[in-house]
Design a protein around this ligand. Structure first.
Ligand code: 13P
Length: 308
């Protein structure tokens, strides 16, 4: 099916009224779990690679993702997630990525527009699409840390002004989700009205970051196998469905795969403490991630759309 640009997949999703999963990958096993889940459900999919994943793998993850995407029997985009600089985006453009995100959402709006515009100009010259972000998500985890006080929901005016001025192809907005395993207390509140208003005002696909659901059955297994995950809460399935119905086209998921894989590894090692073969440790992790991704693709409604 070969590689597709992010924009191509997301435009189709936008007009078809379904969501496309962008799953974070850091290694071969995660990549295989994503691709095989997509093939099993006949879903288009995006492989999302962060700067941290590039660093961790000494950039090898790019070649792994691109090879798997080219061999897949479904449409796949290889995407830079949270690109932190113009130079990083250029590196990805030169190395075959079909979608890049430039994330200057922490900067003032003028800087965000200016830096996004530079990436858009470069990417457009080689036919690759660009995601940018306006608004600030809560981030209580490792890499980017934004507290609840510093998080701000995207306004309609901001979104239309920014989309127009930056020329980005897809737009990530802050509507109440958060990165990492702690997305709030109780059921995190998603501003559905805001999503609908922005979707009506902005003529490009919208992106929901921090969309892991943190399945409580997995959390229970993680805790039972000795893990610690204080107050882990995710986005309710009904909120994901509603967000897609109101205009979200790309749904970003990373933490669910981390919880799934580490739970499976904990259980395997508790059950078979004599295991030393890394393949035997990682195979159940890959299977658990694939199970979670297959379920997620059903929730997003991307099933069957590979063959549109
Ligand atoms: P989660 O932390 O909910 O998995 O979100 C991942 C994400 O938004 C990556 O860009």
């Amino acid at each position: 099916m070969t590689l597709h640009t992010g924009h191509e997949l997301l435009q189709r999703a936008r007009s078809g009224g379904y969501g496309i999963g962008a799953f974070n990958t850091d290694n071969l096993e995660i990549t295989l779990a994503i691709i095989e889940a997509a093939e099993e459900t006949r879903s288009p999919v995006m492989l999302a690679i962060t700067a941290g994943a590039l660093k961790y793998t000494r950039e090898r993850i790019a070649a792994i993702a691109l090879a798997e995407a080219r061999n897949a029997s479904v449409p796949v985009a290889v995407h830079l997630d949270h690109g932190d600089s113009f130079e990083r985006c250029l590196w990805c453009l030169r190395n075959g990525f079909t979608s890049v995100m430039i994330d200057m959402s922490h900067a003032d709006e003028a800087t965000n527009v200016r830096e996004t515009r530079r990436v858009v100009d470069a990417a457009r010259a080689v036919g690759i699409s660009v995601e940018a972000e306006i608004g600030r998500l809560v981030e209580l985890g490792a890499e980017v840390i934004i507290s609840e006080e510093n998080a701000t929901l995207t306004t309609v005016a901001e979104a239309s002004r920014f989309a127009e001025a930056s020329g980005c192809d897809t737009l990530a907005i802050a509507v109440g989700t958060a990165h990492g395993p702690n997305k709030g207390r109780g059921r995190p509140e998603i501003n559905h009205q805001r999503i609908a208003e922005i979707a009506a005002a902005v003529d490009i696909p919208l992106v929901m970051h921090g969309a892991s659901s943190i399945p409580q059955d997995l959390v229970a297994r993680f805790l039972a196998s000795g893990g610690e995950l204080e107050g882990a809460v995710g986005i309710h399935d009904d909120d994901i469905r509603q967000a897609i119905a109101n205009g979200m086209s790309k749904v970003n998921v990373g933490t669910d795969l981390r919880i799934a894989s580490s739970t499976a590894i904990r259980e395997l090692l508790a059950e078979k403490p004599e295991t030393t073969d890394l393949r035997k440790i990682l195979a159940p992790a890959e299977a658990e991630m694939k199970r979670v991704i297959v379920e997620k693709m059903g929730l997003l409604g991307s099933n069957g759309h590979a063959d549109d």
